[in-house]
Design a protein around this ligand. Structure first.
Ligand code: ADP
Length: 322
């Protein structure tokens, strides 16, 4: 890796698809070591940005570099330095876990059998699949499949890992485990993790970048986003019709029932409802909602927080490695 460059360096990137739709508009982004969260509602341009970083589509204008290598003029070097974890990893259903990793490692240029086997053992250990090395892919749980995805993205020791919507379909325990694996990996490499489920980013993220309709509207530490939400997040207890009325007027993030009384937490860009108390320590999810509400994007943000998005045409792609 060319050490004088941040691992991911995007400058003035604009991308317009055939047909004239501009998916990214003058995007600039810089990521060093650590876990970086790429947030934004559906259609914000996250996948387009990741596809460009993975050299799957060329950028229209602007400069995009991975470990100092240009994604347009030096695609091979970019691919050698980058691992990609797509949303699904099910193409190898009938193969054994170890076999999958060994084959992919060979394809990525690891020809020395002994070194390759040692590396496969290492990544299996790292993602917690050592015990499951002989199991067929079709017999893996959702969480194990995700971890196999991580292992295949890691096997050739890339400096940068790009992860697309990592926790869709995982149960809470697997989500927590996945977050831990990411935090661990982010200690000595760059992980760009894209999601529309804000809660999944957790505390592991060093920085978040927020994309909205193709533009970066925030880049910085999650704590700063939370700080900016001060005063915009509220808690209120209500009963009967008052609950519906609050839900209609404000973005409600959570609802907790205590007998007939309901405690609602929500965000408002234009003053708190009467009788509401400001929340001293908003969550990252609430801070994100407050940020979007202040941009006049409250209902869209709320709608797009729904999990399990339907797959988009053209988004199922193979790993970015050659
Ligand atoms: P996200 O990953 O944040 O949901 P995408 O990058 O998939 O966003 O999409 C950004 C915008 O570009 C959307 O409006 C989407 O409809 C459009 N788009 C995505 N892929 C294509 C394509 N192949 N051709 C034309 N428009 C596309």
């Amino acid at each position: 890796m060319n050490e004088e460059w941040p691992a991911i360096e995007v400058e003035g990137l604009t991308h317009t698809y055939k047909g004239g739709h501009t998916a990214l508009s003058d995007v600039s982004l810089s990521c060093g070591t650590g876990v970086f969260g790429l947030l934004g509602p559906n259609g914000a341009g996250k996948s387009t940005l990741m596809r460009i970083l993975c050299t799957l589509i060329p950028p229209a204008t602007g400069s995009v570099r991975v470990c100092g290598f240009d994604v347009t003029t030096d695609r091979q070097s970019v691919r050698e330095n980058l691992g990609y974890l797509p949303q699904e990893f099910g193409a190898w259903r009938l193969h054994r876990v170890e076999e999958v990793l060994d084959t992919l490692a060979r394809l990525s240029g690891m020809h020395d059998k002994q070194a390759r086997h040692a590396r496969v053992d290492e990544v299996l250990e790292q993602v917690g699949l050592a015990e499951t090395r002989d199991r067929k892919v079709k017999k893996l749980s959702g969480g194990m499949l995700r971890r196999l995805g991580v292992a295949q993205a890691l096997v050739h020791e890339p400096k940068v890992i790009i992860v697309d919507e990592p926790t869709v379909g995982l149960d809470p325990e697997e989500r927590i485990r996945f977050r831990r694996v990411m935090a661990d990996l982010g200690r000595d490499r760059t992980i760009l993790l894209s999601t529309h489920i804000v809660a999944d980013l957790g505390a592991a993220c060093r920085e978040v970048a927020l994309l909205d309709t193709g533009t970066i509207v925030y880049q910085g530490p999650p704590a700063e986003l939370v700080r900016r939400a001060a005063g915009a997040v509220f808690e209120i207890s209500a009963e009967g019709d008052a609950i519906e009325s609050l839900e209609a007027q404000y973005d409600i993030v959570s609802t907790n029932f205590f007998g007939n009384t309901v405690t609602l937490r929500g965000v408002s860009a234009e003053g708190l409802p009467e009788g509401a108390a400001p929340v001293a320590e908003p969550s990252l999810e609430e801070a994100y909602m407050a940020f979007m509400a202040a941009r006049g994007r409250s209902s869209a943000a709320r709608q797009d927080e729904e999990p399990a998005p339907t797959p988009k045409k053209g988004r199922r792609k193979k790993g970015a490695r050659a």
